[in-house]
Design a protein around this ligand. Sequence first.
Ligand code: NDP
Length: 450
Amino acid sequence: MADYDFDLFVIGAGSGGVRAARMSAAYGARVAIAEERYLGGTCVNVGCVPKKLFVYGAHFAEDFEDAAGFGWNGGAPTFDWPVLRDNKTREIERLNGIYRNLLTGPGVEVIEARARLTGPHTIDVDGREVSAERILVATGSWPVLPPFPGVEHAITSNEAFYLGEFPQRVLVVGGGYIAVEFAGIFQGLGAETRLSYRGELFLRGFDEGIRRFVLDEIRAKGVDVSLNSHIARLDRHGEEFVTTLEDGSTHASDLVMVATGRAPNTAGLGLEAAGVQLAESGAIPVDDEYRTNVPHIHAIGDVIDRMQLTPVAIAEGMCIAGNLYNGESRRVDYANVPTAIFCQPNIGTVGPTEEEARKRHPGLKVFESSFRPMKHTLSGRGERTMMKLLVDGDSDAVVAAHMCGPDAGEIVQGLAVAIVAGATKTQFDATVGIHPTAAEEFVTMREAVR
Ligand code: NDP
């Protein structure tokens, strides 16, 4: 057997790469990981974690208003952007340190440099050539810029976390997770915010009833949602940005952020030198065990273009480590992956949309409820919550749960366990509610609405 420097060389220390590296090392493999940018990848540095901290920050605007109905008086508080931005950055730096320890603890060699494959088993990293029996590409994804003239004046979510000044007027372009979440963040933190989406209704792929519901809620909070909106060009006039739409109308703002998807990071990795083939999208095709067409070169996470979600990349990393170095035969189950969108109010979802479920389950029963959360009986806020359960009419199995309301992600996580375990509607009904909560509605919906 050839003598390699490492058993496993991981490229990219994001959620998936770190998990695969540290678990493989814990199982006894000799592992190195290369990272050119920041430990923890997108999620920790410019994604899930700082985004959630900003969502908390944005929600205080409503909390202060809501407090009056509970007897609290006080002047309107002011918002200090540098405090939030810099406190967030300090927390991210703390997490970077934790990620380093997670890797070095079990003995992973951390190399902070760009890695490039030079052959099927060789990697150039920081001018040094190393060899590895197996290579794992976990290089993640990067924002895609839409092709309108002047797009170079726009920022992406990467820059939104480090703005020098907080803008008074913001235009967010896109209609996916990131656009909808950031529209809520900017609006909550005090910017006059417009969300521009090219289609009929944003959040394509999510349950239509939930999408319509959240559109109404977001508009009620003051976000100017512009649908069927096609940007022709973006011009900069000093500090102001003027967006011209295809219908000739214009919109002025202090900041334009585009959130129009993320593409796999495969450029300049030397994949061709190793013989690894790419799909047309730029993603790396892999089999069930994350093998590329070169069987000892694996890939996981956003770079394989399956589901661009941190917990999915982590599950893939666990699968690689367990199967290669711990004699396991794991598979990641991509059905029923729960997810949340941290717009305001949040969306939490597990299982197919009503539209998809109707195709799969001809006798589908839809249970649905929408109500004003108890807190707002005193706060006076008009915000509502919506919940949906989809039930297979033959087997009585609950196949999906969708929610838009406060803490939807927290609530749906628990329901996801029940759905993955195959719980029936009868079992949901037999479960005693926790009173008074919004979540109890999920066990008290008695009559199917459709
Ligand atoms: P998404 O793929 O979710 O959405 C992209 C959006 O941009 C869609 O609305 C799409 O419209 C629109 N779009 C695409 N191309 C263009 C274009 N040329 N011009 C105008 N609009 C365009 O990408 P995001 O950037 O929002 O997020 C990337 C990924 O990150 C997500 O898929 C998600 O998996 C992950 N993520 C997860 C989060 C979470 O778990 N809470 C949070 C943030 C990100 P259309 O629908 O018409 O194609």
